[in-house]
Design a protein around this ligand. Sequence first.
Ligand SMILES: [Zn+2]
Length: 198
Amino acid sequence: MGEPRRDPIRRCVQQLSRLPGIGEKTAQRLTWWLLRADDKLVAELASALAELKQGVVECQVCCTIGASSPCRTCADTRRDQQLVCVVERPQDIGAIEASGDYRGQYHVLHGALSPLDGVGPDQLRIRQLLARSPDLREVILATDPDVEGDTTALYLARVLKPLGVRVTRLAYGISVGTEIEYADRVSLMRALENRQVL
Ligand SMILES: [Zn+2]
């Protein structure tokens, strides 16, 4: 008895429906769209997916995920090297870059403190941030405006201030929402401009 032949359509639907925000129906629609799409497009997509995990590294400086370490931002000497904006996720960097003229560096925590979920300081890239502190003038805390983000900001302020670093927090307006990644450009720009000293 050999392995039953896997149905490629079913397999594709199953894999796609595991993605966040994609239900069974959407997975089916995408699968049928891909079946009719140009061979080249489908091959490109397959190779992009295959390379995604192998082609990226964590930046040794700011801990973001990308094609090189140090990443392009850390390697850009025209940016202010003494100013660091701390975010929860790599994709938050894109949101802050899009907001306008922030010209400092970044640090990615890869999450926020959440004792109930077992996320303590050791689970985040806090040690790496503290290692950068002797070279820093100001750290802007841009963690999300929710309980975990606030807890993280307070914790970081407590450990960074004794090291002689100016610590500020984004000034959140009501329109910012709960995740930096989805905040609109104008709100983020104002939140950066009006950041408050902790
Ligand atoms: Zn970097």
